[in-house]
Design a protein around this ligand. Structure first.
Ligand SMILES: C[S@@+](CC[C@H](N)C(=O)[O-])C[C@H]1O[C@@H](n2cnc3c(N)ncnc32)[C@H](O)[C@@H]1O
Length: 295
């Protein structure tokens, strides 16, 4: 029994006692932020935002809630990320559902939205926005939240991701301005866009085994694996990008921070200009900004 492993020998527990036991368990398992994680998981088990526990630490928890909480804490001890356990992730100003089929969106990827906002500061513009490899839909949905007169299209090779992204569009009230469809990058797409957002898989295949276990065990491999040198998808995409852009359109492309030189070269050979590079919050090169070549 999970409760026995977590060791709940008493009949009645207060919120404070439960949080202390869970945080100790998480700390002993090597979890980085045990107190924060213990609070968030309890919030989801009790169906309340965890901030509401302040001042209510003496309240008693029902035994079925304790059971549910114990299971979540144990999953976290086994290194499953909190977002996967609760099935939710905040990204930009969105609350997204996530499933095992889609990448858990990363704060680093918000760099693409920041870069696009700098280049297209007029939020009233009716832009046409494409998200290639849309996963949970996070990028195009965040963009549509900002440019409220714009429309978007998300394409992913995995039909499960397409269904998830549609659900996330509904959840965030954006489904009337976005479509999601299954496809192999932009093959069969005959439309032009002002903004192309793209976060392709870019981890070299042999490096996946070296990643932190929270990523290695819980992220879908097809969202990570960029082939032997991590560049396979960039090569595929480089031959497609130009046909997708309007005359003044821009591509915002996520890269691994050590890949800048090779990817800039791949894009230049394909007739694109690299007009900017934006760093992420950790000051690592994260987003290439590409345009048609200006002679
Ligand atoms: C790194 S994830 C990015 C997901 C999401 N855009 C994000 O930023 O969180 C890459 C996504 O590309 C998709 N993908 C991989 N190969 C693809 C292809 N050939 N055509 C379309 N999508 C592809 C994967 O299924 C995955 O959802």
């Amino acid at each position: 029994m999970i409760e026995e492993q977590i060791n709940w020998p008493q009949v009645r527990y207060s919120i404070r006692e439960v949080l202390e036991i869970a945080a100790t368990k998480l700390k002993n398992a090597g979890v980085e932020q045990p107190i924060k994680d213990a609070r968030i998981l309890l919030g989801y088990s009790l169906d309340k935002p965890w901030e509401r526990f302040y001042g209510k630490e003496r309240e008693i928890i029902k035994s079925e809630q304790l059971h549910n909480y114990g299971q979540k804490v144990l999953r976290r001890c086994q290194r499953e990320p909190v977002s996967r356990i609760i099935g939710r992730r905040e990204f930009w100003n969105l609350e997204l559902e996530i499933t095992p089929f889609a990448l858990d969106p990363r704060p680093d990827s918000e760099t693409l939205i920041e870069a696009a906002l700098e280049k297209f500061p007029d939020r009233s513009r009716p832009l046409n926005i494409l998200d290639l490899g849309s996963g949970s839909g996070c990028l195009v949905l965040a963009a549509l939240q900002e440019w409220q007169h714009s429309t978007g299209l998300g394409i992913d090779i995995d039909p499960h991701c397409v269904e998830l992204a549609k659900a996330n569009a509904r959840r965030n009230g954006l489904s009337d301005r976005v479509k999601f469809q299954a496809g192999d990058w932009s093959n069969n797409l005959d439309e032009k866009f002002d903004i192309v957002l793209c976060n392709p898989p870019y981890i070299p295949t042999n490096d996946i085994l070296k990643l932190d276990e929270e990523v290695r065990f819980f992220e879908p491999k097809k969202a990570l694996d960029g082939g032997p040198d991590g560049l396979d998808c960039y090569v595929q995409l480089s031959s497609q990008f130009r046909k997708l852009l309007t005359a003044h359109g821009l591509i915002f492309l996520e890269i691994g921070f050590h890949q800048k030189k090779q990817i800039c070269e791949i894009m230049r050979i394909s007739g694109l200009d690299v007009i900017g590079i934006k760093k992420d919050i950790g000051q690592r090169d994260r987003c290439l900004i590409l345009s048609h070549k200006h002679c």
